[in-house]
Design a protein around this ligand. Structure first.
Ligand code: C2E
Ligand code: CA
Ligand code: CA
Length: 466
């Protein structure tokens, strides 16, 4: 097999037959030039490794050999984790040098006989051919990942990076080159999703899941276009009186065949596509309009995605919604998570301050699940903190959860911030939360998310009881 693993076009003895007396000197020059062009066409100028085209040629030959000799080719796709941040933090020159060093290090791990290339960006691929030990490739992929434990040194800077690998064997799929490449790529995507520095072997279910995801995404776009979403309302109660003080607006997607789809599935999808800005603005408007049907003392809480928070249209959308729905701003609470607050703190605080200046309340959602919670409490006066349901639901189980809730409550009481305990499901949990000094709660014990008519009916019942 022709393995142009490393680029070297400075010297060439020319193609076979170059010495032939029938060839004129012009022909010979042309042949040498052709050969050089071919080498260039098959190699990546930055790293000297095979490029996508060159690697595909090697794989093509390996697949032919598989058909004849039964030596199974296995692909390893290697991708640097968070490579973009190297370019962003340092420079493209540093990024380029890193790619060269990474290429050299992987080449050293897999040995000179293994066809290896850079397919583009920070994506590398190796082609393993072993007759009797198909699991070799996974072991090799693990060694590649382990090879990244040593930092890369560039201009005196020590860069600590990781890589993820996807592995796919030709026998797992049809002997089609593109299908094999797609399988390795998919396995790599799964490796990345399961955390940094992972190795994942392709499984057939990944293809079905991917098709499923693609169809879901297409349905999602249709649902956005046709306005097929609903807002549900879950009560938040005063824990002592169990009276409703507000509702949290929670999105739902009623799907024609899959039933009601949870926001946990489609909100990330909406965030990836940027459609959350549109969807979130719709939910906000819908919730504010609905709240206009409730008694004036009942507030509405609306979730803001980090993508919405970063969107330049956020403030305009908020103020316009307040103006056109007529909802007094003091009746609106925005719930933001810590992930919305990653990035420049001063800019985030300026946005939060502007929201507050208009009289809208700001709550920190899922408190305790991130790592910047405490720092933010010092720099911005949140109206409320929602203690994440995982702490509440484990209150009965562990001392450590109890200590965390105690610590959060202690800080909030000292700073005069209201707290809401999320996910209260049992009387026992309610008792514990009350004992910790929490005043407001939300959870299935008091009510599940409801359609708007049911929420109104609940409020009417509460009014008649009063
Ligand atoms: P979240 O903001 O933490 O909302 C609370 C979630 O906890 C809701 O799930 C609610 O139904 C659930 N929950 C409430 N009480 C209990 C309980 O007692 N036990 C249990 N196990 N769960 C309880 P849901 O409606 O599935 O929403 C999930 C997440 O989706 C929300 O978490 C929020 O992050 C996101 N989401 C929902 N609606 C919107 C929206 O309009 N915009 C944005 N950006 N995100 C939304
Ligand atoms: Ca929330
Ligand atoms: Ca929450």
């Amino acid at each position: 097999m022709a393995v142009f693993t490393k680029l070297d076009c400075t010297e060439s003895n020319g193609p076979e037959g170059f010495e032939s007396p029938e060839l004129t000197q012009e022909d010979a020059k042309l042949a040498v030039l052709n050969e050089k062009l071919k080498i260039l066409a098959y190699h990546d100028p930055l790293t000297g490794l095979l490029n996508r085209q060159g690697f595909r040629e090697s794989l093509d030959e390996a697949l032919d050999e598989f058909a004849v000799w039964g030596v199974e080719p296995t692909l390893i796709f290697i991708n640097i984790d968070d490579f973009k941040s190297v370019n962003d933090r340092y420079s493209h020159e540093v990024g380029d040098k890193l790619l060269q060093l990474v290429g050299a290090r992987i080449a050293e791990t897999i040995g000179p006989e293994t066809p290896f290339g850079r397919l583009g960006g920070d994506e590398f691929a190796a082609l393993i051919q072993r007759k009797d030990q198909p699991d070799d490739a996974v072991a090799i992929a693990n060694s590649i990942v382990a090879g990244f434990s040593e930092p890369f040194v560039i201009d005196g800077k020590r860069l600590k990076i990781n890589a993820s690998c996807g592995v796919a064997r030709a026998s797992q799929i049809s002997r089609d080159l593109d299908a094999l490449i797609k399988a390795a790529d998919l396995a790599m995507y799964h490796a990345k999703r399961s955390g940094v520095g992972g190795v994942t072997l392709f499984e057939a279910r990944m293809l079905t899941e991917q098709e499923d995801q693609i169809s879901l995404e297409s349905d999602f776009r249709d649902a956005i276009k046709n306005g097929h979403f609903q807002v549900f309302y879950q009560p938040l109660v005063d824990l002592k009186t169990r009276k409703i003080v507000s509702f949290e607006a929670l999105l739902r997607w009623p799907h024609k065949t899959r039933g009601m789809i949870s926001p946990e599935i489609f909100v990330p999808l909406a965030e990836e596509t940027g459609l959350i800005v549109h969807l979130g603005a719709w939910a906000l408007r819908e919730a504010c309009l609905e709240a206009m049907n409730w008694p004036e003392t009942i507030r509405i809480a609306v979730n803001l995605s980090p993508i919405q928070f970063k969107s330049p249209s956020l403030l305009a959308t908020l103020f316009e919604t307040i103006a056109t729905t007529g909802l007094p701003p003091s009746r609106l609470e925005l719930e933001i998570t810590e992930s919305a607050l990653l990035g420049p703190e001063a800019a985030n605080i300026a946005i939060l301050e502007e929201i507050r200046a208009r009289g809208i309340r700001v709550s920190m959602d899922d408190f305790g699940t991130g790592y910047s919670s405490l720092a933010y409490l010092q720099n911005f006066e949140f109206d409320k903190i929602k203690i994440d349901k995982r702490f509440i639901q484990n209150l009965e189980l562990g001392l450590s959860n109890s200590a965390i809730v105690d610590a959060i409550m202690g800080i909030c009481i000292q700073m005069g911030i209201k707290t809401t305990a999320e996910g209260i499901e049992t009387e026992e949990q309610l008792g514990l939360v009350l004992a910790h000094g929490c005043c407001e709660g939300q959870g299935y014990l008091f009510g599940r998310p409801l359609i708007n008519e049911d929420a109104r009916a609940l409020l009417a019942r509460q009014a008649s009881q009063a």
